[in-house]
Design a protein around this ligand. Structure first.
Ligand code: SAH
Length: 297
């Protein structure tokens, strides 16, 4: 334990690999989903440079990096390009965390295989604590941290992000990267608000349904069924933040920036079948990809 460790009562925290009882049957389903998840679209992209993401990409596609249609290496180049866009997404999120010092601690809620945690440590030199429902993911992330010899700074644990063992008011910043659609937003933001220091920053990148469309479209419903999740509306995010001392500093519509990623991904051999729902719902404006950065006041 170091002085910046956020865990008030380490004995209450789960060791990586142990599966504490999920708080609900639904959380048990989600833990199983991510324990079994081994889609090539995630693993082969992570193999490019050892940063394993379970989120989507943003930015313009670099056509010159893809090579010609007949290029033997085209699939490999396409994978590298999709991965570059996914890492660009994480960089954008990290860029909204504010000024982070090496002795700060950050919390990644729903950390997956830990790609964003590694990037945060490499960028700020700080400590990063991640939580996931999946023991497989936590093991994977901790194994990667050991390989990179940063296990004293980057740690994942199996834990419900609505009820974390972190001390009150100690985290300089916290985030959810595509992991808010598994939880009630009021419960989630209450927990972020508790662990963040006053003046700390919260950031999320997420898909949300657009209140201007009216209700979740059929495409949004398809995405919910595919991932066993519950996509919230943009309105719900802002309301739940306002109710929990989180004041938005930036709300950025990333929809136009993520469409090139989805259109490129739809042409690859790694398609998962959900690409059409994303492209169609982004195009009919029923679904939006947004970044929200908020100050804990
Ligand atoms: N943020 C990561 C992973 C996103 S995938 C990335 O960008 O790569 C969604 C993640 O949310 C999974 O790791 C899943 O275990 C986690 N998750 C979902 N519900 C959770 C909960 N209640 N507590 C902790 N983690 C949760």
């Amino acid at each position: 334990m170091t002085s910046t460790d956020l865990t008030a009562t380490p004995t209450l925290s789960a060791a990586p690999g142990l599966i504490p009882s999920p708080a609900s049957p639904y959380q048990g389903d989600i833990a199983r989903y991510w324990d079994q998840e081994a889609r090539p679209v995630n693993l082969r992209l992570g193999d490019v440079d050892g940063l394993y993401h379970h989120h989507y990409g943003i930015g313009a596609v670099d056509r010159t990096a893809l090579g010609d249609a007949g290029d033997d290496e085209r699939e490999k180049k396409l994978i590298s390009e999709l991965h570059r866009l996914e890492s660009a997404q994480a960089e954008l999120l990290l860029g909204h965390l504010g000024d982070i010092a090496p002795d700060d601690t950050l919390v990644d809620a729903g950390c997956g295989r830990g790609g964003s945690m590694v990037m945060a440590h490499q960028r700020f030199g700080c400590r990063v604590e991640g939580v996931t429902l999946s023991a497989k993911q936590a093991d994977f992330a901790n194994h990667r941290a050991r390989e990179l010899r940063i296990e004293d700074h980057v740690r994942a644990r199996v834990c419900n992000m609505l009820d974390t063992p972190f001390e009150t008011g100690r985290a300089a910043a916290s985030w959810n990267n595509e992991s808010t659609m598994y939880v009630d937003l009021h419960d989630l933001f209450a927990e972020h608000s508790r662990i963040l220091e006053v003046g700390g920053r919260y950031v999320t990148i997420t898909g949300c349904w657009n209140p201007r469309y009216g209700q979740p479209s059929k495409w949004v419903s398809q995405i919910n069924a595919h991932f066993e999740c519950n996509i919230h509306s943009r309105r719900e995010y802002l309301r739940a933040m306002a109710d929990n001392r989180l004041v938005p500093q930036a709300v950025i519509d990333l929809t136009p920036d993520t469409l090139p990623y989805w259109k490129l991904r739809a042409t690859s051999s790694l398609v998962t079948g959900i690409e059409e729902a994303f492209v169609k719902s982004y195009e009919d404006r029923s679904f939006q990809y947004v970044l929200i950065a908020a100050d804990r006041v």
